[in-house]
Design a protein around this ligand. Structure first.
Ligand code: ADP
Length: 388
């Protein structure tokens, strides 16, 4: 009697004890066997439940299982956070209308709960956070009858951002390549129709300039993609001042043409830096040549090097055209130019600063700019001294 009471009270560790013979003995043996089977089944179900719960928790998406009325059957912690549900209450057993506090998610789920097919919705939740919500109906065995839904919520903000950047980059590259090619095609057509030698030569010079621009553009695009695959490059040690002197020689030649004075003041002439081959040279070349490009005739460019907090500072200051405040943040973006026509006329591709920033960052450094329109700009590159 006690055993049957224990079993009704879910105490499955109880057993029929004592020696019994005949039918009663057989009954006791079967009863104990039944208890063992129940115990085994319960342990099996508990193990499976624990496994399911740990799988649910370790999934990097928010997962939610509901029945057709919206009652929550299973939910992982990430889903609770994503739907902005109350973390102190047990979600299982509650209806999604009570538990899901994010209205956009709730609306998306409710709207698709009658569907027999999977639905994927992309939603800008708030502050540019983008979720992909996938709602899959669960069918009863092999029938068409839907008995519930599995909701899978994924934060795709980073992915969407990268995808946008990629699309923008491809659109920009196509546009930038198309302009000189169209111009070359146009001049070749006109060239065919003219006999005048002077006109022919003028057109040929334009074609040559456009072809040079195309080459520069392709070189910059290729350079940008090699920086992104920087694992291929070798890390080597260079003498900063030696690299600067090389760059200075090249730059001085261009500066002289505009009668721009390039002054420099190197506090430490014996600094070695670890770098990816050619990065330091390219960084210096880009910011110093920009200083000259965007400074009028008879202007001044001064370069200062010093060390502060275990970092090398390289400051390039000019008294050129300056950068409007609203553009300062964007000049490191690929193809961003304050004045497109002007940059193009002086041979700019709009990729120089994007390349520079990439290189500086990959050396563990930073690049900032201060500028006043009409007064001049001050680019500051910092690189940790002990980089390897
Ligand atoms: P670009 O090939 O056009 O020079 P960059 O990426 O090197 O491309 O620079 C982006 C834009 O930033 C330039 O088009 C220019 O508008 C602005 N810029 C860069 N350096 C300077 C500077 N020293 N003075 C003024 N504007 C600058």
């Amino acid at each position: 009697m006690k055993v049957s009471r224990d079993i009704s009270n879910k105490q499955f560790d109880s057993k029929v004890r004592g020696q019994m013979s005949g039918e009663i003995g057989e009954f006791a043996k079967n009863f104990n066997y039944m208890i063992d089977t129940i115990n085994f089944t319960i342990r099996d179900i508990t193990d499976k439940n624990t496994q399911l719960k740990s799988i649910m928790q370790s999934v990097s998406h928010g997962i939610l299982a509901i029945d057709t009325r919206g009652k929550i059957l299973l939910i992982n912690d990430l889903a609770k956070k994503m739907v902005e549900g109350d973390s102190y209450v047990t979600a299982e057993g509650k209806n999604i209308r009570q538990f899901i506090k994010n209205e956009l998610i709730l609306e998306s789920v409710l709207h698709n709960m009658c569907s027999e097919h999977s639905t994927i919705i992309q939603k800008n939740i708030k502050n540019d956070i983008i979720y992909k919500i996938k709602i899959d109906p669960v069918h009863f065995e092999d029938t068409d009858a839907v008995i519930g839904f599995i909701i899978n919520i994924e934060n795709i903000t980073e992915y969407a951002k990268l995808e946008n950047m990629r699309k923008e980059f491809v659109a920009n590259v196509s546009h930038e390549l198309k302009t000189p090619i169209t111009s070359i095609q146009g001049f070749i057509e006109t060239l065919k129709m003219t006999d005048n030698l002077d006109t022919k030569n003028r057109f040929l010079t334009i074609i040559e300039n456009e072809a040079t621009r195309l080459t520069r553009l392709i070189d910059d695009i290729l350079l940008l993609s090699t920086i992104e695959n920087k694992t291929k490059k070798k890390v080597e040690k260079v003498d900063l001042f030696e690299v600067f002197e090389e760059v200075h020689e090249v730059i001085n030649y261009i500066a002289k043409k505009k009668n721009i004075k390039v002054k420099y003041d190197f506090e430490n002439k014996d600094i070695d830096l670890w770098e990816y081959s050619g990065y330091i040279r390219q960084i210096l070349l880009n910011i110093i040549s920009n200083a000259i490009k965007y400074t009028g005739e008879n202007g001044k460019v001064s370069i200062k090097q010093y060390i502060k907090s275990e970092k090398v500072f390289i400051e390039v200051k000019d008294n050129g055209i300056g950068i409007p405040e609203e553009d300062i943040e964007r000049i490191f973006e690929r193809f961003y130019r304050v004045d497109k026509a002007r940059s193009r006329d002086i041979g700019g591709t709009g990729l120089g600063l994007a390349i520079t920033k990439h290189m500086v960052k990959s050396l563990g450094g930073n690049i900032t700019v201060e500028s006043i329109l009409g007064i001049g700009s001050d680019f500051i590159v910092t690189i940790p001294v002990d980089i390897k």
